[in-house]
Design a protein. Structure first.
Length: 308
């Protein structure tokens, strides 16, 4: 069966449901990986009271809306992140299906288009996880960057939209450019840490999927957008950096950290407040990567047209 023979509405509907379901898993990974917990065991449970969550209370999107943002077992407040991640995953899944299935090249087999769509959704899912973990914890899980890079290299031939040599070069260049210039060199020149190794490995992950052009685009576009966001936040007097509020998940360890941070603030400890003046770069790298996935060719062509 050809991809063009599948009705577009079926492809979009399946993609939306599929994306929302996996968005629920992404939420689990966002919560558990920074805490070094397994995403498999224990099964889904309420972080506030510890009770297992039955399947009918765990339906993506609908569960949050029907329960009005509260846990059905104990009434604890749920973070809007759960709904946002599920919705974002569903929308991105539809966008990827639109490009690689609905608008697949003529005579493309449906199976081939579906495999490529699945792989690009895995890539986007890793970016979603990395974004929300970095926003909250100022770190990027190795499960995303290293595990995702290995998957990207192993499946490169199943993504014909990016040549194999560009994938290999992109992984190496993505890591080395950030690590050499923005981590080691920056620290040597300024005496302060700029980006971290997590950003280098995320750039490697992006390059392994998008190739060296995608990695370079994500780095440049992400840097520009990060600077703009930093300037706007500073001008507005907003706190910059990862959220210290994990209360929506009632995590005992995070509650202890919050108490220690509050105590340090009361004592005028500037070191405790330092992270709030930093801005995580991972989300902007991820944003640049998504922009390149969907609009990179058009943006690059538009830019190069100025030199013709």
């Amino acid at each position: 069966m050809l991809a063009s023979e599948l009705p577009a509405w079926i492809a979009r509907l399946v993609a939306f449901v599929f994306g929302a379901l996996w968005g629920s898993f992404f939420n689990v990974a966002i919560y558990r990986w920074p805490r070094e917990m397994s995403v498999v065991s224990p099964p889904s449970h309420c972080p506030a009271c510890g009770k297992p969550i039955p399947g009918w209370r765990n339906v993506p999107l609908l569960a949050y809306l029907l329960q009005r943002g509260k846990a059905g077992c104990c009434g604890a407040r749920m973070t809007p992140r759960y709904f946002l991640v599920e919705l974002l995953s569903a929308v991105i899944a539809v966008a990827i299906a639109e490009r690689f299935v609905v608008n697949a090249a003529p005579m493309t087999e449906l199976g081939e288009a579906a495999i490529e769509t699945l792989l690009w959704f895995v890539f986007a899912g890793g970016l979603i996880i990395a974004t929300f973990v970095d926003l909250e914890w100022m770190e990027i899980p190795d499960e995303v960057s290293i595990g995702g890079t290995a998957l990207a290299l192993a499946t490169a031939t199943w993504r014909p939209s990016v040549p194999l040599e560009e994938v290999v070069l992109g992984a190496g260049a993505g890591f080395l450019v950030v690590q050499l210039l923005l981590v080691w060199s920056w620290e040597r020149l300024t005496g302060e840490r700029g980006m971290g190794e997590g950003d280098s490995k995320l750039a490697m992950y992006i390059g392994a999927f998008l190739g060296w052009r995608g990695a370079l685009f994500a780095l440049v576009a992400g840097s520009f957008q990060g600077i703009v966001a930093w300037a706007i936040a500073r001008a507005a007097g907003a706190k910059i950096g990862p959220s210290a509020d994990h209360s929506h998940e009632e995590d005992v360890a995070s509650t202890k950290r919050e108490g220690e941070a509050a105590k340090g603030a009361e004592e005028g400890d500037e070191e405790e407040d330092a992270p709030s003046r930093r801005i995580p770069f991972g989300p902007f790298l991820a944003l640049g990567a998504i922009e390149f996935l969907f609009f990179g060719g058009a943006i690059v062509d538009w830019y190069l047209s100025f030199f013709e």
